[in-house]
Write a protein that binds this ligand. Structure first.
Ligand code: SAH
Length: 395
């Protein structure tokens, strides 16, 4: 028999709205002796069955719901069905026509809390982020290896989320052929080398695929500043669309090295590119002081807000970046600006960028509101999982 978690009075309400997280503060008691990662039954304070969930005693989110269906057992078959449904959804997007890399599984939105799987060609790269998902590692590896077009399963469970679950980081080959040195990804005709073992996340920011695809202004002969460029994506696209100069800025030498290599991989004129190893906050000030200006600026910073407590400071960071960038923009120019901080809602981001524009004495139009690509779906039941928001602004 499975152990039971009994909720405090009224703490079942989010669950009745299909929100899958149970916070430790909402727990009245636990009956039985569940081990980390075990499946447990969840009951309301009157004893009524509500859900079956994965137990994470070390985390503030003490349990994550697997199912609200009492008939559904949590076993190999359950995991397989959820993965198959996630794969079917990606197939329906027709991504294979435009790229060879996409997200196969995105945690809660695919009914698989704590699991991320990105595929790069025939390589599946997994992140097991909760103690429960970690327990299913072997099963998930087998399911992936059974897929006809997957020949390697590789683990990149090296995020801070693991520590909150009491797990060590874990990287390495789980099954199949060893990784190639680097993987050549294609995305709407652009070539991008990806370092799966050492790159950020699982190697590439796949969520920006659609935003890296095109720009709102004709770039022929224009100047571009790509801030937080990582391996160069936005800047490479800009050069391929005719930009006369592209400045790629990142604080990481490795990232810039890859950006250089990616310019070669696309046979782009090396004279178009300038590489700056710099702190973007500083670099934008240097540009301001030397009266440099650009026609297109991209701001794609790392998460500036990790926790709710950093919200105010983080907002100041975003405002600072956007204010400086807007000041450097030529008339008729465009700014693509992003936040990947979960705590930054699209509404708040618009307010922060609006404040920056007023302080910069600019009145840009919002051409489009941007978000992550559809292989990174959201669940309407978990609005806080929405993390990437962006604006396409025209001066
Ligand atoms: N736009 C990229 C992804 C950006 S990820 C793409 O489409 O692939 C964020 C990048 O910001 C990382 O490469 C990281 O090295 C860099 N970074 C983080 N803090 C920085 C800072 N203060 N100044 C410059 N680069 C920074």
């Amino acid at each position: 028999m499975l152990a039971s978690l009994i909720l405090k009075h009224r703490r079942e309400r989010p669950l009745l709205r299909k929100h899958p997280w149970i916070f430790s503060g909402g727990v009245e008691r636990i009956d039985g002796d569940p081990q980390p990662g075990d499946t447990i039954e969840v009951h309301d304070s009157t004893g009524k069955w509500i859900a079956r969930a994965a137990y994470s005693p070390n985390s503030q989110i003490i349990a994550r719901v697997w199912t609200f269906d009492m008939e559904e057992k949590i076993d190999r078959d359950f995991i397989r069905k959820r993965i198959e449904a996630a794969v079917r959804y990606r197939d329906s997007l027709g991504l294979a026509n435009v790229t060879n890399a996409w997200r196969l599984v995105f945690g809660e939105a695919d009914g698989l809390p704590g699991l991320v799987i990105d595929r790069y060609g025939d390589i599946a790269v997994c992140q097991f982020l909760t103690v429960a998902m970690d327990r299913w590692k072997r099963v998930i590896t087998d399911i992936l290896m059974d897929m006809p077009d997957i020949n390697t399963v590789y683990e990149r469970s090296d995020t801070s989320a693991r520590a909150r679950e009491g797990l060590e980081v874990a990287d390495g080959l789980l099954a199949g052929k060893p990784l190639p040195n680097q993987f050549l990804m294609t995305e709407y005709g652009l070539n991008l080398w990806v370092d799966i073992a050492n790159g950020h996340k699982t190697g590439c920011y796949l969520d920006q695929r659609e935003n890296r695809r095109a720009f709102p202004i004709d770039l022929h002969g224009k100047s571009v500043l790509n801030c937080f460029c990582y391996t160069g994506g936005f800047g490479l696209r800009a050069a391929s669309l005719g930009a006369a100069s592209v400045t790629q800025v990142d604080s990481s030498e490795n990232a810039l090295e890859m950006a250089r290599k990616n310019a070669e991989a696309n046979h782009l004129d090396e004279n178009v590119f300038t590489y700056e190893k710099a702190d973007v906050f500083q670099y934008l000030r240097t540009c301001r002081d030397s009266r440099k200006s650009f026609d297109l600026i991209v701001l794609d910073p790392p998460k500036l807000i990790e926790t709710q407590a950093q919200l105010e400071k983080g907002c100041r960071g975003y405002k600072d970046l956007n204010l400086l960038a807007l000041k450097l923009l030529n008339p008729g120019g465009a700014l693509l600006t992003f936040s990947c901080s979960g705590a930054m809602t699209p509404e708040l981001f618009q307010k922060v960028v609006g404040d920056a524009a007023r302080d910069a004495d600019k009145s840009p139009r919002v051409a489009r509101i941007l978000q992550q690509a559809p292989d990174h779906p959201l669940s309407l039941d978990i609005p806080e999982a929405d993390y990437l928001t962006g604006l396409e602004l025209l001066l």
